[in-house]
Design a protein around this ligand. Structure first.
Ligand SMILES: C=C(OP(=O)(O)O)C(=O)O
Ligand SMILES: [Mg+2]
Length: 570
């Protein structure tokens, strides 16, 4: 039986199936006479859940570090959250219903609210609420949540979904992989699987219902393929793939402390995209040479009010100090499009990706928020090698306005006697075709460019980056995109400036040879892509890739370009 899902964490697993089925938690509405006793029963279930979560958090801390443990600190906060838990108590008191029923109703309301948000990060918070409320419900209903820490033989866990608390309990020694019905590459369990380096496949639709505990299963966490009860030949094929994967990992590890140099001696800069200061650990573990994109909007999306200057200062300082003098490109608030802030209500837009977003808001109606961020950044600048980058710049006057606001804040800080670094480069994202086409003019004023291919491809191909129906048009290797990229790089070099890329294309192993040939200076990607990229670059001759890129620019289709690259790498 074969299943095809989404590869969420690389690696090969061969083991017996452990079916993880959570107990059915279906409270039935009952009338309550002793309201105080019912609330006491609820509070006791919260206490028990708290004890369990603290144990799971400590386990996660020991095995996976602070960032992952923080997921459970967030769950513990949710347990103590008056808005959530008092709503349950109020329902018990006012409607005289059992607390398990009240909890289910309140949790469902919050989950529906979060799941309905037009924002993946917020939708994933719904999973956290489900996790916390199920734990309390299980205690109220006298059911047991399966204890994964008891697994003592090699297994692949098959589940509908793995909650973050399930994932934190996994013992790498016995859990060789997991395969789930639902989930995507950015769901919490997938992120945790990657940091634990446990192979994972998600989005397999109905695997849980189709398999039996104890069956043999093989899976590939890169391709997303899962085979239940494989033939002897298939097992052999997977055994070979597992050996090859381990050899590849050992080989890549050798590149961790190496410089990034092509076979013909050209240095390239290999840096990482991050969303929070916690991501620094991953950069260091993977030999990253700095931060090429710090998406600061996560600081804003994590909060219920805009983060204060001091909070932002602490976050920026932590990243700059964590990178110890290596370059850190911080992008100013890029909100709008698919990223919304609950405390910034904006009118509905027909085309949010073409609407009032990012810098357009920061130099428009939200100058206060922008100035606070600029002050925090400038104050933090003395703690490392800071570069500031503006998102979604479309016309030159926008770049000038943003830079002027930055200089005003700098002057104000200096007047207050607060130190600011004198060597902050100020650059911009290249993600809108208009600015990309006019890159020669922007290059006179910006210190650097970073190409945001995620948006640039969408805007150039007129294909929404999130719409499956037009995903065939979302073509990073299309010669039209390569020409736009070339124009940006050449324009920056003509002014003695540099160009990086922080869209997903920068870490794509098919795109890298072309980007090296086009003269890209800096490649910014998720930390786990750094070592494979460095290894590939070490095998490429820049001179040869220049010729390959030259040919690609003259081609008509993306397919021809891919074939050209594949042949060049043979
Ligand atoms: C890096 C980019 O920014 P984001 O994905 O945050 O829009 C991009 O558009 O390529
Ligand atoms: Mg973008």
């Amino acid at each position: 039986m074969k299943f095809n899902g989404i590869g969420a964490s690389n690696g090969i697993a061969i083991a017996h199936i452990y079916k993880l089925e959570h107990p059915v938690l279906a409270p039935v509405k009952k009338d309550i006479t002793d309201v105080d006793a019912e609330i006491a029963r609820f509070d006791s279930a919260i206490d028990k859940s708290q004890g369990e979560l603290e144990r799971i958090r400590d386990n996660a801390m020991a095995k996976m570090g602070k960032e992952k443990a923080d997921v459970f600190n967030a769950h513990l906060l949710m347990l103590a959250d008056p808005e959530f838990m008092d709503a349950v108590r109020a329902k018990v008191r006012n409607e005289k219903v059992n607390s398990d029923f009240a909890l289910k109703e309140v949790a469902t309301m919050f989950i529906t609210m979060f799941e309905g948000m037009d924002n993946e990060y917020m939708r994933e918070r719904a999973a956290d609420i489900k996790d916390v409320s199920s734990r309390v419900l299980a205690h109220l209903l006298g059911k047991t949540i399966p204890d994964l820490t008891l697994i003592d033989q090699e297994v692949v866990i098959v589940a509908d979904d793995l909650t973050p608390s399930d994932t934190a309990q996994l013992n790498k020694k016995f859990v060789k992989g997991f395969a789930t019905n639902i989930g995507g590459r950015t769901s919490h369990s997938a992120i945790m699987a990657r940091s634990l380096e446990i192979p994972a496949t998600v989005g397999l639709k109905n695997i849980l219902e189709s398999v039996e505990a104890g069956q043999v299963v093989v899976m590939n966490g890169e391709t997303g393929e899962v085979i239940v009860e494989p033939s002897d030949d298939e097992v052999k094929e997977y055994q070979k793939a597992a050996i090859a994967f381990n050899e590849l990992k050992a080989m890549l590890a050798k590149f961790k402390d190496q410089p990034t140099v092509t076979a013909d001696g050209h240095h390239l800069e290999l840096v990482a995209n991050i969303g929070t200061p916690n991501d620094i650990e991953g950069i260091i573990n993977n030999g990253g040479e700095g931060v090429g994109l710090y998406r600061t909007e996560f600081l804003y999306m994590d909060a219920s009010v805009a983060p204060s200057e001091e909070e932002q200062y602490q976050a920026y300082k932590a990243v700059l100090e964590g990178m110890a003098g290596k370059p850190v490109v911080v992008r100013t608030l890029d909100i709008g499009g698919d990223k919304k802030l609950p405390y910034l209500p904006l009118p509905h837009e027909e085309n949010p990706f073409l609407g009032y977003r990012a810098l357009r808001m920061c130099i428009g109606d939200f100058k206060d928020i922008f100035n606070t961020q600029l002050r925090a950044l400038l104050r933090a600048s003395v703690h490392g090698n800071l570069k500031i980058m503006f998102p979604m710049v479309t016309i030159l006057p926008e770049f000038r306005a943003a830079k002027e606001m930055l200089l005003e804040q700098k002057a104000a800080l200096l007047a207050e006697g607060i130190a600011v670094s004198e060597d902050i480069e100020v650059g911009m994202m290249m993600e809108v075709p208009a600015s990309a086409i006019l890159a020669d003019q922007f290059a006179k004023e910006a210190d650097f460019f970073s190409i945001g291919t995620n948006d640039l491809i969408g805007y150039t191909m007129a294909a929404d980056r999130m719409n499956q129906k037009v995903s065939y048009l979302y073509q990073p290797y299309n010669p039209s995109i390569l020409r736009v990229v070339k124009g940006i790089i050449d324009a920056s070099h003509a002014e003695g400036k540099w160009t990086g890329m922080c869209g997903e294309m920068a870490g794509d192993l098919t795109a890298i040879p072309l980007l090296v040939g086009l003269g890209l200076d800096e490649f910014s990607m998720s930390a786990s892509s750094i070592l494979p990229a460095r290894e590939l670059m070490s095998r490429l001759s820049k001179a040869e890739m220049e010729k390959v890129a030259e040919q690609a620019l003259q081609m008509g289709t993306a397919e021809e370009v891919v074939e050209l690259v594949n042949n060049a790498l043979k």
